[in-house]
Design a protein around this ligand. Structure first.
Ligand code: PLP
Length: 373
């Protein structure tokens, strides 16, 4: 008997699922190794920390192992308290999630009714649209301005009576551009107070521009803002899944209502709390990112490949009409970058900042591909 026979025809999934495109992740290392028979692969496709996790986080995980028969703390109290202290907020302003992705789903579940609208800049992180479509809300896309710059007026112009959430991602994935603090204030002051502004500052720790804002100051000022962050990027804990939102207390209460009780596992809670205390790892990661990013800029300039200056740990490069074949050729040579196709940027690729050695390798392969084509 075939267990799949006729099931699809009879048990109908929600219509919303038919409108959703699945998330397209960076290709995993093992898959590229197997597909191309390679020993060595550089994964520059998912904006991970090439230095790895904080040693303090690893030690905390080891200490927690004998306690794995216990359920995790529902409220992730120690982690929430540590975060709140660092952010100058109260524990009641912080809610943890199973990665930043889950927080986007929680925000969508807590706030979106069918027919509501969310405003998203494009190109940006795909999960904002995913959350909206999941809830039968609709997505209003607002193109970024010249040079992928944010334009508060364009976002404000897209707001209607049905708008419930406006998303900004800063530094923006995949462009690396950011919304300056004064522009964010202008946006907030222009938004009706029934609209929630979600500031996704997953890459905040990499930003160095003096007028960069991660959005936390606006939470402290009491604006209807939820700031989303993650332990997957500079903290190097993508594999264990921890993210969070900082927001005024009523927003946190709504998010707590929709989250599953044990959404953040015990190892993740311990690892993230320990990582927060590891200033040395944080600083080393920032310095390594700046060094390797400078090397990438220099190499791209030498190859006459235009790129957008990035406040983050990835760079959007314009490879031109042959971008897709260059992307594939890089893969075959063991260098995984992210094709721009998923963002409707067919001439671009997003390159994550790996170690200097990985960036050198990428540049060598890119140089040889570009020169031979
Ligand atoms: C802008 C942005 N926000 C949120 C996330 C979610 O990260 P995670 O679910 O790993 O915490 C990502 C991951 O790539 C991202 O790029």
């Amino acid at each position: 008997m075939n267990p799949n026979a006729n099931v699809h025809a009879k048990v109908k999934p929600r219509d919303a699922l038919g409108r959703m495109t699945p998330y397209s992740p960076g290709k995993p290392i093992w898959e590229v190794q197997r597909e191309y028979g390679l020993d060595r692969v550089a994964k520059l496709a998912s904006n991970e920390n090439p230095l790895g996790p904080s040693p303090k986080a690893l030690e905390a995980i080891r200490r927690m192992l004998p306690e794995l028969h216990r359920y995790p703390d529902v409220r992730a109290t120690i982690l929430a308290r540590t975060l709140a202290d660092r952010l100058g907020l109260s524990e009641a302003n912080v809610v943890l999630s199973n990665g930043g992705d889950e927080m986007i789903t929680l925000l969508s579940e807590a706030y979106l009714e069918p027919g509501d609208e969310v405003v998203v800049p494009v190109p940006t992180f795909s999960e904002y649209a995913f959350g909206a479509l999941l809830m039968n809300a609709s997505v209003k896309k607002v193109p970024l301005a010249e040079g992928f710059a944010y334009d508060a007026d364009a976002l404000l112009a897209a707001v209607t009576d049905k708008t419930k959430i406006v998303y900004i991602c800063t530094p923006n994935n995949p462009t690396g551009t950011y919304m300056p603090e004064s522009e964010m204030r202008r946006l907030l002051d222009g938004l009706p107070d029934r609209v929630l502004l979600v500031v996704d500052s997953a890459y905040a720790h990499f930003a160095t521009a003096p007028d960069y804002a991660d959005g936390m100051a606006f939470v402290r000022e009491g604006y209807p803002v939820a700031v989303l962050q993650t332990f997957s990027k500079i903290y190097g804990l993508a594999g264990i899944r921890v993210g969070y939102a900082a927001a005024p207390e009523p927003i946190v209460r709504s998010l707590l209502q929709v989250k599953e009780p044990f959404n953040v596992n015990a190892l993740a809670q311990a690892a993230a709390a320990a990582a927060l205390t590891d200033d040395e790892h944080l600083e080393a990661s920032r310095i390594a990112n700046e060094r390797a990013k400078s090397r990438l800029y220099e190499g791209l300039r030498a190859l006459s490949i235009p790129y957008t200056k990035s406040e983050s740990n990835f760079v959007l490069a314009e490879l031109g009409e042959k971008a897709d074949s260059i992307y594939r050729e890089l893969l075959a040579r063991g260098v995984i970058v992210r094709s721009g196709q998923g963002w409707e940027l067919p001439n671009h690729a997003r390159i994550s900042i790996g170690t200097v050695e990985e960036i050198e390798w990428l540049l060598r392969e890119l140089g040889s591909i570009v020169q031979s084509s």
